[in-house]
Design a protein around this ligand. Structure first.
Ligand code: PMT
Length: 389
């Protein structure tokens, strides 16, 4: 049983927060609700107080108990701050650290895990300001339960509908059940592509945005781990609370990872490492000629296989162009892994660059399980839970 503070913002979806509060209580949690001013235009404190049997927080200066500071008390007592629906206004205030009402003041004083389920007009959801705010929150390891696409108010259609309550409850439960799973543990993650220079302006590389690695870093932080990421070149932002070491080539990735692995309890290889590098790197720029040229390549070191030899629990990824698991299974043995996450990269909705993913986790002992198709952070939470024990 956990203590959940449910923040409700002004959105037409806030009528669904009443059912959400109920669902969370049915799951065994104590739910206390904080309504923004805008939410009170749609729903009343009475509704939530009657449902939850707990006082509802509203104005920043309206203390239910005299002499107490509710925003600090609730922030300290909460195991989870869940904001659903989260309006564009509140999302942007949370990202900027603005504390001008009870909910945002409490959020600023709160140090635990946070889940946010946005709901708003699709144009507001796709606005640069909102996207930047969500990215900032994700970097702080806030779990965002994305809105779905569908009919929204005044006859419009697009992405902005509050996610299903079951999905929000599942996200909250995942975060709560996992909150201390990695407490005191150190997790090392390789992420993104490597670049192998041909000359000063060209390189060989693999497809990878680094999003999956960043999601694993966020998930591990949410679960209480200390996180180090050895990151190849990409535009993806990693969580600020992670130690991030930026590298370019596979050899650099191996060098940094081998040094960091000494202290790690678990190693996860999400990086798409270039398997070969040019034998010679030309100085300057190879000039164009109208004859064939040949690039001599030599194999790069197998980073995850080298790290697995250090005896830490080592989990690899297998980016495969098919759902056939045989190659992934062979990699477990070849690389000496505890487990491998098979990622079917032939499906453009998951895998490379996409915001969603679905994995088949195969353990060295032969057991296997398929994750839900969900955001990379949710899939990362699922993965870390499975490989913890
Ligand atoms: O970054 P995103 O755009 O979010 O995409 C995520 C992803 C698809 C890249 C990711 O989920 C994934 O599948 N990563 C592994 C990609 C890969 O290169 O797979 P592989 O089957 O070639 O390698 C198998 C394992 O060995 C991987 O853990 C890889 O990190 C590791 N490896 C491979 C070669 C090498 N020289 N050194 C390694 O450590």
């Amino acid at each position: 049983m956990a203590n959940i503070v449910l923040g409700v913002c002004g959105s037409i979806a806030c009528y669904r927060a009443a059912d959400l509060a109920r669902d969370l209580m049915r799951a065994g949690h104590v739910v206390r609700v904080c309504l923004t001013d805008a939410a009170q235009k749609f729903v009343t404190p009475m509704l939530f107080e009657t449902l939850t049997g707990q006082p509802c927080l509203i104005g920043a200066f309206e203390e239910p108990e005299r002499g107490r500071m509710a925003h600090l008390d609730w922030a300290r007592q909460a195991d989870l701050l869940l904001i659903a629906p989260a309006s564009a206004n509140t999302l942007n205030k949370l990202a900027a650290g603005i504390a001008d009402d009870m909910l945002t003041t409490m959020a600023l004083a709160y140090e635990g895990p946070m889940v946010v389920a946005p709901a708003m007009n699709p144009a507001m959801y796709s606005h640069d300001a909102t996207i930047t705010a969500m990215r900032t929150l994700a970097e702080r390891a806030v779990l965002i339960v994305e809105p779905t696409e569908g009919d929204v108010v005044v006859g419009e259609h697009g992405q902005g509908k509050l996610a299903a309550n079951s999905e929000i409850v599942m996200a909250a439960s995942t975060v709560l059940s996992a909150r201390s799973l990695y407490a005191g543990k150190r997790v090392l993650i390789t992420s993104g592509p490597t670049q192998e220079p041909i000359d000063d302006v060209r390189f060989l590389t693999n497809r990878s945005s680094g999003k999956m690695g960043a999601a694993i870093a966020q998930a591990a932080l949410l679960m209480g781990a200390q996180v180090t990421v050895i990151a190849g070149p990409s535009a993806t932002l990693y969580p600020r609370l992670a130690r991030v070491i930026h590298v370019r080539t596979a050899n650099q990735m191996l060098e940094e990872a081998a040094e960091a692995a000494g202290e790690a309890d678990m190693v996860i290889g999400a990086a798409a490492v270039a398997d070969y590098r040019p034998v010679h790197q030309a100085e300057g720029k190879i000039r164009r000629k109208s004859v064939d040229i040949h690039l001599e390549l030599t194999p790069n070191p197998d980073i995850i296989a080298a790290l697995a030899k250090l005896g830490k629990r080592t989990v690899g990824f297998a980016a495969e162009p098919t759902m056939d698991l045989s190659e992934a299974k062979a990699k477990i043995v070849r690389k000496g892994l505890y487990a491998i996450a098979h990622n079917d990269v032939s499906n453009p909705a998951i895998g490379f660059e996409s915001d969603k993913n679905q994995l088949t986790l195969i353990l060295a002992n032969g057991s296997q399980e398929v994750s839900p198709l969900a955001s990379k952070l949710q899939v990362a939470l699922w993965l870390l839970e499975k490989i913890a024990n």
